[in-house]
Design a protein around this ligand. Sequence first.
Ligand SMILES: [Zn+2]
Length: 293
Amino acid sequence: MVRLSLGGWSAKKKEFHKLELKTQISIRASEARVLFTPIVAKGARPRLVLFFICLSLSACQQGASVIKDCVLPAEQENSLNGSWPVLPVPLAFRQNDWDSTQKSGLQKAATTWNGFYKASKNIPQALEFKPDTNRTPFALCSSNIVPDNEFIDSVVVMKTSSNWPAAQSSVIALTLFCLNFQAQGSGGLAQVFNASMDFNFDDFNNAGQKDPDEQSIMTHELGHLLSMDHSCGPNKPGLIECDNPEASSTFLDAVMFPTVQFNGLVGQVKRVLEENDQGRANCLYEGASGTTE
Ligand SMILES: [Zn+2]
């Protein structure tokens, strides 16, 4: 295990990017809504932290320390949005967007979630990569990719390389998902019936621009895809603000914490599911398909 101190970074160099503001758009009256998430730059809020990089992800994810119970603190009681009616959720890279190195990083993020759910809930597979697709999500919530609890299409993982909305220029990645409140998924949550994931390669990832760790970003976005909200704030009843002194340190350490740090152009590495991520994730797929306990 290697311990890195970020204390050496000057406050001037530290920048934080929000990993998604949550916005809700009504799609069909009360039937379905799109929830999505951007990453917005915010003024530097220096926070002295030590973080740990586990050199063996499998040991981190599947060791004896894996949390197996649903743990949903009162300060996060409104932080679970829904659940897919069946697993695994199929993902597909949009054709020609991604090179093999990038694909490998994103797939490792899915492996992290799969390893966790296998260890915690004995779910054989939570996420699965399918062959690349040329499909572009359009009018996302007008189609259902899991009719009759069977996937007929994949969630598309794509890049936007130009014309990313200027108002969201500090958003690194965006996960949209559609909820059907008329159908209950596991845990009594609304069912997710479609989603997409979009990475900002317009304002990030190019020469001279900030360079997020894609595997870390993907690990966070997959938490959203599985229907988990951020670990804290902002402005949501039933979810504590991140700067509330009473917010647990486990919320601040979580992969689902809403901001990413940058040291100059280099993004923070945060690839391992932490205690709070695991406890909340266990509340989503209790009794999910493939579960044997
Ligand atoms: Zn987020």
